[in-house]
Each structure stands twice: as structure tokens, then as C-alpha cells.
Ligand binder design. Structure first.
Ligand SMILES: NC(=O)c1ccc[n+]([C@@H]2O[C@H](COP(=O)([O-])OP(=O)(O)OC[C@H]3O[C@@H](n4cnc5c(N)ncnc54)[C@H](OP(=O)(O)O)[C@@H]3O)[C@@H](O)[C@H]2O)c1
Length: 230
């Protein structure tokens, strides 16, 4: 693990097309693609959720996909749902605001106190982690020390994956490969954010396992520690 703050072990898990995309086009829900996942792979996804203490997705994914992030297809407890949302402005009727599982909304100090209050009234925990944007190393530290989260699963989207990688907070990547090509230069892919300028900035991974789950190929990688500061 990098950095001085303690944090959970972090897995990024994603469904991905042959051309590395996470959805059909900008603004489209990944649930459209997920419908084509083999039923056995859906079970794998839910089994993995049940093995983790917490699950995190980005606020844009909540707006577009309205994800539930619960364990439904296998026996097991749903993980704590964590949504980084600096302005505390995701819809109050989003599925993650419901009582199916505990939810933490991570906000910045600049978030509207009224919005925070309304969120708390829905029964979710609101954690301040960062000044004007969510500070991911700090959020990870809070999850580890205040919520006892030892294992965190990140289910995207690309912008959140970028911030987690950029801050050297990802230990493993697990991909469910879907046999489709969707194309589109601006279609969200596994990692968004800013491009890199040289090969020194590449994140380096080691393939540790590959197998089929029903008709889907699944690959598992370890992320190598970078010697670079972010
Ligand atoms: N195939 C799959 O497995 C999969 C999984 C998930 C999502 N998706 C797809 O991905 C798409 C959405 O992805 P997305 O990349 O647009 O959004 P996203 O990653 O879901 O959300 C963006 C996240 O980045 C944070 N962020 C943005 N700027 C930041 C900054 N400067 N500092 C810190 N945090 C910052 C946002 O927090 P703030 O609220 O604080 O800005 C938000 O939580 C959707 O189409 C969805 O269907 C696919």
C-alpha cells in the first residue's frame, strides 16, 4: 500500500466491452450492457459484493444508473454503500438513499448544509472528507478507521476509477469482458480523467488469473505500486 494513511484493500471491478468501454455512449446507463452478462457472471458479481465490507460508485453513475449496489442474487450481507459527492447533490430519491443497506455520502466542506441535513434525514451517514472536492486518501482513511472497512470494492465509473488510481489507492482490478464492440471516441472507458504524457506515468498491472464464467471471460490483475508522487 502506498501513502502514510491507513486504508482498505481496494478492488476495482467492472464490466467492459472488447473495446474497453463501460457503457453504450456518454450518458447511457451501464445497466443496458449488464443485461447481456452471463447469469453465472451476475452471481460472481453479487458474490464479490457479499465478500466486501463496502462498495463505492461515483455520483454520476448514481444519477445515470440509479444503482442499488446490494447483494440480491446470492446469500450474504450487502456492503456499506459509499458515494463520493462533493456538493451533496445526488437525488434524495436515489436507490442508494433507501434503507436496503447502510449508505455513506462523502462530501466536501463546501457542500450545502441544507443538502446535508436532507440527506441525513433520509437515514444515510454524511462524511466530510475534503475541502472543495472529496479527498480520496482521506475518505479511504475514514472508511478504514471509523467504519472498520477492510475491503472496498469500486464499481466505477471511469472518473472515479481515475481518481482512485491517480491517488494510488487501487490494489486489484477485475474485469468482466463482454463480447461487444460499441465504439465512440467519447464513450466512457475503464478510466477517464486526464491523459498521461509519457510511459513513465502508465499504471502497471500484473495478470494473476483468467477464467471463464459462463460465456464471459474474467481477468484479474494486481496493480503494481508506483514510485511516483501524484
Ligand atoms: N460498466 C461498468 O461496470 C460501469 C460501472 C459504473 C458506471 N458505469 C458508467 O459510467 C458512466 C458514468 O461515469 P463517469 O465517469 O461519468 O462518472 P462517475 O465516475 O460515476 O462519477 C464521477 C465521480 O468523480 C468525482 N469527481 C469528479 N471530479 C472530481 C474532483 N475534481 N475531485 C474529486 N472527485 C471528483 C465525482 O464526485 P463529485 O460528485 O464530488 O463531483 C463523482 O463521484 C455511466 O454511463 C455509467 O453507466 C459503467
Amino acid at each position: 500500500m502506498s501513502g502514510s494513511l491507513s486504508r482498505p484493500h481496494v478492488l476495482v471491478m467492472s464490466e467492459i466491452t472488447v473495446d474497453g468501454k463501460l457503457t453504450l455512449k456518454q450518458g447511457a446507463s451501464s445497466k443496458i450492457l449488464m443485461k447481456y452478462m452471463d447469469p453465472k457472471t451476475e452471481l460472481l458479481l453479487h458474490r464479490t459484493r457479499a465478500e466486501y465490507d463496502a462498495i463505492m460508485v461515483g455520483s454520476t453513475t448514481i444519477r445515470i444508473d440509479n444503482s442499488m449496489l446490494t447483494v440480491r442474487l446470492v446469500e450474504g450481507e450487502s456492503p456499506i454503500r459509499v458515494i463520493p459527492n462533493s456538493r451533496a447533490d445526488i437525488p434524495l430519491d436515489a436507490n442508494v438513499m433507501g434503507g436496503d443497506a447502510p449508505t455513506i455520502i462523502a462530501v466536501a466542506r463546501t457542500a450545502s448544509p441544507e443538502n446535508i441535513l436532507k440527506m441525513k434525514e433520509k437515514g444515510v451517514d454524511v462524511v466530510v472528507a475534503g475541502e472543495s472536492h472529496v479527498d480520496y486518501p482521506l475518505l479511504m482513511h475514514i472508511l478504514r478507521t471509523e467504519y472498520g472497512v477492510e475491503k472496498l470494492m469500486v464499481e466505477g465509473g471511469p472518473t472515479l476509477n481515475y481518481y482512485m488510481l491517480k491517488n494510488d489507492l487501487v490494489d486489484e482490478v477485475r474485469l468482466i469482458h463482454l463480447p461487444f464492440i460499441v465504439g465512440g471516441a467519447d464513450t466512457p472507458s475503464l478510466v477517464g480523467g486526464m491523459h498521461i504524457d509519457s510511459e513513465d506515468e502508465m499504471f502497471r498491472l500484473v495478470l494473476k488469473k483468467h477464467y471463464t464464467c459462463g460465456s464471459n471471460l474474467v481477468t484479474e490483475y494486481d496493480v503494481l505500486t508506483r514510485g511516483l508522487d501524484v
